[in-house]
Design a protein around this ligand. Structure first.
Ligand code: ZN
Length: 300
C-alpha cells in the first residue's frame, strides 16, 4: 500500500498571514493538537524579520515550549543565514527548512535574493548543516507559477534541483506558493525531477487558491512524492497572493487519502475537532471543507 507523511504547517504558513496576533500559548495548543492527531512532522515557526512578519516574532518562545518527542520531526523555516543561526541557537528543532524562489522577482521581493543568490545561500547553509550533522531541507517556492513572472519553465526547476542535489539536502520540496498548479503539471514536474534527486526524498506544498490543491496532492503522491504539507482548517496565505485561500486543509487531504487507500497515520476526527477549535481562536470562518461537510461513512 502507498503511504505518505503529512507535514502540518498551520503554526507557520497557516498563521503567518493572519493579521490578529495569535498568542504563543495558542500556537503551542495548535501544535499539541497536531501531535494528538498523529502528525510526525510539524513546521512550528519561521525565523524571519519580526518587523516584516509580526506573527512569527515569538519563534524562540514557541520552540522553548515544544514538547520533546523523539518520534516527531520539528521544522523551522528560514530564508537566510541570520534565520538559520537563530534556529540553531534554539537547540529545540530537528531540522531547518530553507526556502528559495524559482523566479528572480519573487526571490528579490520575498528575501532580497534572485535565483542565483538564493542557490548560493542554500548551498552554503546545506554545507554548514552537513558539517555539523544537522538536517537541512530546501523548498523551492513559486515552483508552479510566479505572480510576477508567470510560468516557471521545467528546465529552470531541473537546473535548480541539480545544483541543490550536489550539497545533499535531506529533502527537496516544490511549493505552489500562490496555488496556480494543476495535477498534470504536478505529475510531470515531479516525475521529471525524480531521476535527478536519486535517493533524496521529495515533498510537495500546495495552496488551494484555485481549487486544485487536493487534486495536486494526489498527483504528487502518484509521482512518488513522500511528504505533503497541509494546514489544519486550510488556513494560510501568501502576502503576494491577495485573496488567495490557504494551504490545503489537513482534514481535506486526510479524507482524500483515506478514501484512496493511501496510509498517513493521522486521525481525521481529531483534525476536524481542531479545525473547529481554530475557527474559534481566529474568530472567523476558515476554508476547511470537511469542517462544513463532515466525513462520509458509507454503510456496508
Ligand atoms: Zn505556502
Amino acid at each position: 500500500m502507498t503511504s505518505v507523511t503529512i507535514m502540518e504547517v498551520s503554526p507557520r504558513d497557516g498563521l503567518q498571514n493572519e493579521d490578529a496576533l495569535v498568542s504563543t500559548e495558542d500556537k503551542l495548543k495548535l501544535i499539541d493538537r497536531a501531535l494528538v492527531a498523529g502528525c510526525k512532522r510539524i513546521e512550528v515557526t519561521s525565523f524571519v524579520n519580526p518587523k516584516v512578519v509580526p506573527q512569527m516574532a515569538d519563534a524562540e518562545a514557541v520552540c522553548a515550549g515544544l514538547p520533546q518527542r523523539g518520534d516527531v520531526r520539528y521544522t523551522g523555516l528560514v530564508l537566510n543565514q541570520r534565520g538559520y543561526d537563530r534556529l540553531r541557537a534554539t537547540e529545540r528543532l530537528n531540522e531547518a527548512g530553507l526556502v528559495i524562489a524559482a523566479s528572480d522577482t519573487f526571490g528579490e521581493r520575498n528575501q532580497g535574493m534572485d535565483i542565483d543568490a538564493g542557490l548560493a545561500m542554500a548551498k552554503d547553509i546545506l554545507r554548514q548543516g552537513r558539517d555539523s550533522a544537522f538536517p537541512v531541507q530546501v523548498t523551492i517556492a513559486v515552483a508552479f507559477g510566479c505572480p510576477f513572472e508567470g510560468d516557471v519553465p521545467l528546465e529552470r526547476l531541473v537546473h535548480m534541483v541539480t545544483e541543490l542535489v550536489v550539497e545533499e539536502p535531506v529533502e527537496i520540496a516544490l511549493a505552489d506558493t500562490i496555488g496556480v498548479g494543476v495535477p498534470q503539471q504536478v505529475e510531470e514536474t515531479f516525475t521529471a525531477l525524480k531521476d535527478i534527486v536519486g535517493d533524496i526524498p521529495l515533498r510537495a506544498h500546495f495552496h488551494d487558491t484555485r481549487n486544485t490543491g487536493i487534486g495536486n496532492a494526489y498527483a504528487a503522491v502518484k509521482a512518488g512524492v513522500q511528504t505533503l504539507d497541509a494546514s489544519i482548517g486550510g488556513i494560510g496565505g501568501c502576502p503576494f497572493a491577495p485573496n488567495a485561500t490557504g494551504n490545503i486543509a489537513t482534514e481535506d487531504l486526510v479524507y482524500m487519502l483515506n478514501r484512496s487507500g493511501i496510509e498517513h497515520g493521522v486521525g481525521l476526527e481529531n483534525l476536524i475537532d481542531s479545525a473547529q477549535w481554530l475557527e474559534g481562536v481566529l474568530d472567523k470562518s476558515i476554508p476547511s471543507s470537511l469542517l462544513r461537510a463532515g466525513d462520509f461513512l458509507p454503510k456496508p
